[in-house]
Design a protein around this ligand. Structure first.
Ligand SMILES: *Cc1c(COP(=O)(O)O)cnc(C)c1O
Length: 359
C-alpha cells in the first residue's frame, strides 16, 4: 500500500487545503465562552452570504446523513414525497420509512432527472406536506432541476422543500431564499473541501414553525432545541470546534480570495473539461442536459477494469477516483471535479488516465 497521500478526485471526501487543516490544529476554546460565540457568529454571517439567505444556518456535528434525518424528523407531519433517482435520494426515502413517518417514493430510472411536472402532479393530490430532493445525485452525476422543482413546490404553501445539496454546495450557486428552500443541507467533506464531521443546514421560518408543531422525536437533531442555542451563538451540545475554525478559513477563501462567482465558474470549466473528455473516450451516464457540475459519472463503454485502473492511479500516480456506486460498480466510474481542485489538476488526471489505459 502506498503510504504517501493520494490526491482525491473522489466525490467526497475531497482534498483539503493546508490552511484549513492548520486551522483545525488550534487550541480549543470552550463552547460556552464568549470566544466561541464570536467564532459562531462570524461563521454564521459568512454562511448566510455563501448561501444567499438571511435565515439561520445550523451546524450539526455529524455527517450529512444526520441532518437529512433531522430534516424529515422536524418537517414531516402529514406525508413526505421522496423524489428518488439514485442511491442518496433513495437513502432519504429509506430513512423516512425507518423514522416511522408517512411517505411515498416517486422513483425514476437512475439516469433520468426528476421533472418538475412529475412533482406538480403528485403535490396536486394534496396528500403531502414535505418533499425531499437530492439536488446533485452523487451516485449518478445528475444535477436535478432544483429551480423548476422549487418553483412547483412554492405553488403549494403547505409543502416544505427539503434539499440534500451535499455534493453541490460550494460548487454551484444555491440561492436559498430566492428559491424558497425550507431546508438545504450539506456535509463539509464534498464541494466545501473540508474533512467530514460537520454539516451546515439552512432552516426557513416555515420549517421552524412546522418543527414546533411536529414536536420531533429527536433531541440531538431537533430544530427547536438547536434554535434555542443558535440565538445565543451556541450549539446545544459540544460541537466540532476544530471544524468551525476550518470552515471559517474556507469561507474566507471562497468569499474573499476567489469570490463566489469565480468559484462557480471554475466548477463549470472543470465539468466541461471532464465531460468533453468522457464523451470523447466513453459516454456519460445521466441524460444530457442534467450533468453535474461537480462530478462526472462515466459509462464504462470500453469494458475496462475500473478497480485495476484506480489501483494503478493510486499506486503509480498518487491519485484516486471512484468506482460506480452500488449497482453501477464497474459499469461506471466517477471523477470528482469539486471543491478546491483546479483545472490543471483535473487536466493532469485525465492525461494520467489516458496514459494508464493507453487511449
Ligand atoms: C455524500 C452524500 C451523502 C451522505 O453524506 P454523509 O456526509 O456521508 O452522511 C448524502 N447525499 C449526497 C448527495 C451525498 O453526496
Amino acid at each position: 500500500m502506498r503510504r504517501i497521500h493520494s490526491k482525491l478526485f473522489t466525490p467526497g471526501p475531497t482534498e483539503v487545503r493546508a490552511e484549513a487543516l492548520q486551522a483545525m490544529a488550534v487550541p480549543q476554546v470552550h463552547h460556552r465562552s464568549p470566544e466561541f460565540s464570536v467564532l459562531y457568529a462570524n461563521v454564521q454571517t459568512k454562511l448566510q452570504r455563501f448561501l444567499y439567505t438571511e435565515g439561520p444556518v445550523l451546524l450539526f456535528t455529524s455527517s450529512s446523513t444526520g441532518a437529512m434525518e433531522a430534516a424529515v424528523q422536524n418537517c414531516v407531519q402529514k406525508k413526505c414525497l421522496n423524489l428518488v433517482n439514485g442511491a442518496f435520494s433513495r437513502r432519504w426515502h429509506e430513512m423516512t420509512v425507518a423514522c416511522g413517518l408517512p411517505c411515498e417514493a416517486l422513483e425514476n430510472p437512475w439516469d433520468k432527472s426528476i421533472k418538475p411536472e412529475q412533482v406538480e402532479e403528485k403535490l396536486a393530490t394534496g396528500a403531502f406536506d414535505a418533499v425531499t430532493l437530492a439536488y446533485n445525485e452523487t451516485s449518478t452525476g445528475m444535477l436535478n432541476p432544483l429551480e423548476g422543482i422549487a418553483e412547483v413546490v412554492r405553488e403549494f404553501p403547505d409543502v416544505l422543500l427539503l434539499v440534500d445539496a451535499v455534493s453541490a454546495m460550494g460548487g454551484v450557486k444555491i440561492e436559498v431564499d430566492r428559491l424558497g428552500l425550507d431546508v438545504c443541507l450539506a456535509g463539509t467533506q464534498k464541494a466545501l473541501a473540508l474533512p467530514a464531521g460537520l454539516t451546515v443546514c439552512t432552516v426557513s421560518e416555515r420549517a421552524l414553525a412546522r418543527a414546533e408543531q411536529v414536536k420531533p422525536k429527536t433531541y440531538y437533531f431537533s430544530f427547536p432545541v438547536m434554535m434555542k442555542y443558535h440565538k445565543k451563538n451556541q450549539t446545544p451540545s459540544t460541537p466540532s470546534i476544530s471544524h468551525m475554525y476550518a470552515l471559517d478559513v474556507e469561507l474566507d477563501a471562497i468569499l474573499h480570495e476567489e469570490g463566489l462567482e469565480r468559484r462557480f465558474a471554475r466548477h463549470v470549466e472543470m465539468a466541461e473539461l471532464v465531460q468533453a473528455w468522457a464523451q470523447r473516450h466513453f459516454s456519460i451516464y445521466p441524460e444530457q442536459g442534467y450533468w453535474s457540475k461537480t462530478l462526472t459519472c462515466v459509462n464504462n463503454t470500453r469494458g475496462i477494469s475500473v478497480k485495476d485502473l484506480n489501483n494503478k492511479l493510486v499506486e503509480d500516480y498518487g491519485a484516486r477516483i471512484s468506482n460506480g456506486y452500488g449497482e453501477l460498480k464497474e459499469k461506471t466510474f466517477r471523477i470528482a471535479h469539486m471543491g478546491d481542485l483546479t483545472k490543471p489538476e483535473v487536466h493532469g488526471l485525465l492525461c494520467t488516465i489516458e496514459a494508464v489505459l493507453g487511449l
